[in-house]
Design a protein around this ligand. Structure first.
Ligand code: G
Ligand code: G
Ligand code: G
Ligand code: MN
Ligand code: NA
Length: 253
């Protein structure tokens, strides 16, 4: 309850921020984008992770305000960073609550227009919860987003209950392999065959693949050899504050 009360005023106090984790082109090992990740530091409660406060924000409906702000903020910086890296794209997490309970296609359109950002510079990440709970509503909203021309990725792929048929039913452009499957690569036989199968499926379906939680060179090399497009993880960088991310782009070789 303390969390719920404090969270209600967090945004207006300026206690909510975004961090940016680099997305790395597997072939060139260069930064080609970022995932925006929300952070909350409260004066009384300290720093609280999104795994803890996002569910609270979802159950109170506050996620619509917070998520709308995050979308705007991420688009603003994507526009700046696109001047530094021509094909830069920004990935933003959207909660199922935003997808169902708000006109998210309009918010996306406004944010792109406001900052003069090309649709393909924005990638919307969604988890599969929504697809299971309300597939009809999800289909309508995701088709609206696809119509705008933004990329749509399925986050945490492999951890939930989505069947492979979802990949065809919904207009996904990108699949993010959850770090649970990346963690034991390349030595664990089970992870290896799962990731190989996912990459083959993605190639046949024209989906881009991002591997999350890449922590060592061996994983990066194996994933690159198998045809994974984009790598994300502590090997390259942890999520960074705005200024640190800008500095990384300015100082790249
Ligand atoms: O060297 P530094 O700690 O700033 O690099 C952070 C990480 O970002 C490195 O692991 C590096 O591999 C990765 N990276 C990806 N693309 C680039 C780039 O274009 N320039 C630099 N300097 N680092 C990059
Ligand atoms: O940043 P971290 O890796 O700790 O994120 C943990 C979880 O919180 C991830 O599943 C991530 O998708 C989610 N998350 C982080 N930022 C946001 C956000 O802005 N909106 C939503 N809906 N989820 C987020
Ligand atoms: O949206 P999603 O749940 O995928 O958010 C990514 C989460 O994974 C963030 O909380 C981020 O801080 C975390 N993360 C990013 N890279 C790594 C990594 O290499 N290892 C681990 N353990 N966590 C990571
Ligand atoms: Mn994500
Ligand atoms: Na994920």
């Amino acid at each position: 309850l303390a969390i719920q009360t404090r969270l209600a005023g967090a945004h207006s106090r300026g206690d909510i921020s975004l961090m940016y984790q680099p997305l790395i082109d597997a072939k060139t090992k260069r930064i080609i984008g970022a995932e925006a990740l929300m952070r909350w530091t409260d004066a009384e409660l300290g720093s609280i992770g999104p795994d803890e406060f996002i569910p609270v924000a979802e159950s109170t409906g506050l996620i619509i305000e917070l998520g709308g702000w995050a979308l705007d903020e991420a688009c603003r910086h994507a526009r700046e960073w696109r001047d530094v890296i021509p094909n830069f794209h920004m990935a933003v997490n959207l909660s199922p609550v935003q997808l169902i309970g708000s006109d998210v296609a309009s918010s996306v359109k406004s944010a792109l227009l406001k900052y003069g950002l090309e649709p393909k510079a924005l990638e919307i990440e969604i988890t599969e919860g929504l697809l299971i709970k309300d597939p009809l509503e999800a289909e309508v909203t995701l088709n609206e987003l696809a119509e705008i021309g933004v990329s749509i990725s399925i986050d945490d792929f492999g951890t939930g209950y989505s069947s492979l048929s979802y990949l065809h039913r919904f207009p996904f452009t990108t699949l993010k392999i959850d770090r649970m499957f990346v963690m034991d690569l390349p030595h664990n036989e089970g992870s290896r065959s799962l990731v190989t199968a996912v990459l083959a499926l993605a190639q046949r379906s024209n989906l881009k693949v991002i591997a999350e939680g890449v922590e060592d060179q061996e994983q990066a090399q194996w994933l690159t050899e198998q045809g994974c497009d984009i790598l994300q993880g502590y090997l390259f960088s942890k999520p960074l504050l705005l200024d640190a991310f800008s500095a990384l782009l300015d100082n790249r070789d």
